[in-house]
Design a protein around this ligand. Sequence first.
Ligand code: PLP
Length: 386
Amino acid sequence: MAYIPYATQTIDESDIKAVTEALTSGWLTQGEAIPLFEQAFASLHGVEHAVAVCNATAALHLACLALDVGPGKTVWTSPNSFVASANCALYCGASVDFVDIDPVTRNMSADALAAKLELASAAGQLPAVVIPVHFAGLPCDLQRMRELADQYGFAIVADASHAVGATYQGLPVAQEHADISVFSFHPVKIVTTAEGGMLATRRADLAARLRLLRTHGITRDPAELEDKHQGAWYYEQQRLGYNYRLTDLQAALGTSQLRRLAQFQRRREALAARYPRLLQGLPLALPAVLPDRTHSWHLYVVEVTDAAAVDRATAFARMREAGIGVNVHYTPIHLQPYYRRLGFGPGMFPHAEAYGRRAMSIPLYPTLSDPQQEEVVATLRRALTA
Ligand SMILES: *Cc1c(COP(=O)(O)O)cnc(C)c1O
């Protein structure tokens, strides 16, 4: 039986043609493909500004820098995420803390956030930035978080790495509420540029800072120069930035992929709608579906409950042996050895920890066929049997 991964990219002839054209267009980087990709992404996500960068980890780093995260500041994120959601604060010399998840949505709990803010406010230790994560593609409680942000004065950087195309209260997920939303184009995500990331924002001031930071902190824009009396050769480095650019080859691939986003979404939705029917009766907790938001279905995560005859590790090992590429998203960040050495440990975020012990991502990607999906479920049924 062919190996079935938990996720994979969907590349077709139109993608290959787009990259080949970019390769012979005269620009391999810093050409026209980047603004075209940014505009396509911005209009799909209902934001004025989109800034493409080399990966979402770099995007999270720049988002923190653009919001003046630095030594003495604190950033809060969800423990149920990829480590990059927390590492970005440490790159800036800030400290990091976590807010426990809601066990139903598996996202940062707005109630836990409100409670932690109240304590932090009394102690004079409010965060500068909160990074909620739209886990698996299900948008967070953004409206509630925005109200808390306005009340307590922090900025919201939504880690939307999983959530390309997701909607919240009828609008694209990045359109309102978050100051900046960050997306990833890693091959396992919704659309890919091999490596790649995007920052989406409605704020022109943040977009300008992000563009500056993406390219060494250098500007050539005559309107921006501090010394206006030099020649056409002249540029200025105004901040300490990085080379976090995406290439034109990648941007061309991204634009080509975005043309098929709706098609990818329909297939992901169809598979996600079939899973609960196929999995009926198994001792599993399934992903929540909420009426006021649409899921982008980057991941389909089941939780092996106490009612199962075997534990998660056994079921997981059996799935892998049978050629099904299950995975765990995520072991809570605060339990990573690096974070334990910073003082975090078991018991601090119990919902994320309980979820992390039970979670198993099963295959979901546009080219997964119905028979393959049925094979995944049949294998899982056997794997959960004593
Ligand atoms: C994939 C991912 C990232 C990092 O994305 P890269 O583009 O690989 O740097 C960050 N946060 C989350 C939640 C992710 O899933």
